[in-house]
Write a protein that binds this ligand. Structure first.
Ligand SMILES: *[C@@H]1O[C@H](CO)[C@@H](O)[C@H](O)[C@H]1NC(C)=O
Ligand SMILES: *[C@@H]1O[C@H](CO)[C@@H](O)[C@H](O)[C@H]1NC(C)=O
Length: 248
């Protein structure tokens, strides 16, 4: 390629100038210089192209690695006792107490808790997603295939890094604690799940999704008609919470 271009350029120059076939020495020099410039440019382009391809491969590889390797899950369990609110003492023998198992997946601003079907006692299997950026918590009840969303309660839910520390602590031996009750009521249906951030969208898209409120926050005394309730036992702090979700 380079050679042909060089020759024709040379020929044109030679013919155009004084009709003679022997080109002036100056012309040959410039043509040669031009040819070298061209090949250097092409070489640079090729290198740039290779660099792009390599970058693409590396970035692509990183993405594939990120999305297709199993996520690191931390497993933890707590034994708990029902206690009256003012005596936070727990029996000495934790093994006779009911137990909650969980797996948690930790992201920078998000913790996703997986609650399996309890081996003993009440409760639905569920995913619970705490999104610290959107300041929302979503419960996906796996029995009902329904999502329930409520503002994140940061005085109860440990931030992702602290939650991780708690799970690391739980790995070394059994943990006994107390049970806290939480009473939530469905208020309205949410149609646009996309507004709840990408993580909750991932969890709840295509499922019925409802907004909830704490029962104590609802003004006025509502008659408790026949309610449709579900419970999930879980922990995201050093105590177990029994969340009761009721559709009025
Ligand atoms: C957070 O949870 C605690 C304990 O259940 C409760 O007392 C408090 O009112 C909750 N805060 C909000 C903002 O819901
Ligand atoms: C609870 O709700 C589900 C669907 O929303 C319904 O099929 C079921 O009959 C309800 N149960 C009660 C006790 O109201």
């Amino acid at each position: 390629m380079v050679k042909i271009a060089f020759n024709s350029a040379l020929a044109q120059k030679a013919l155009g100038k004084d009709g003679g076939l022997v080109p002036a020495e100056k012309d040959v020099e410039t043509a040669l210089a031009r040819g070298q410039e061209g090949s250097a440019g092409r070489c640079l382009l090729t290198l740039l192209g290779l660099a792009f391809i390599l970058t693409g491969l590396i970035v692509g590889g990183a993405c594939v690695y990120r999305y297709f390797t199993p996520k690191k899950l931390y497993h933890g369990s707590m034994h708990f006792a029902e206690l009256s609110a003012n005596t936070h003492t727990v029996p000495d023998e934790p093994y006779y107490l009911p137990r909650v198992d969980e797996e948690v997946e930790i992201h920078e601003h998000v913790a996703i808790i997986s609650v399996p079907i309890p081996r003993f006692g009440v409760g639905d299997p569920a995913y619970i997603l705490h999104d610290f950026r959107e300041k929302l918590t979503a419960y996906l009840d796996l029995t009902l295939r329904t999502c329930f969303v409520i503002p994140l309660n940061t005085s109860v839910v440990l931030p992702p890094q602290d939650l991780l520390d708690l799970f690391v602590q739980l790995m070394s031996g059994s943990y006994k604690t107390y049970l806290v009750h939480e009473d939530l009521v469905v208020t309205e249906r949410i149609d646009n799940v996309a507004k709840l951030g990408p993580f909750i969208y991932n969890l709840c898209a295509g499922k019925e999704t409802y907004r909830m409120q704490r029962r104590s926050e609802i003004l006025g005394v509502r008659k408790r008609s026949v309610e449709n309730c579900t419970t999930v036992r879980h922990f995201e702090n050093k105590f177990v919470t029994e969340t009761k979700i009721c559709k009025a």
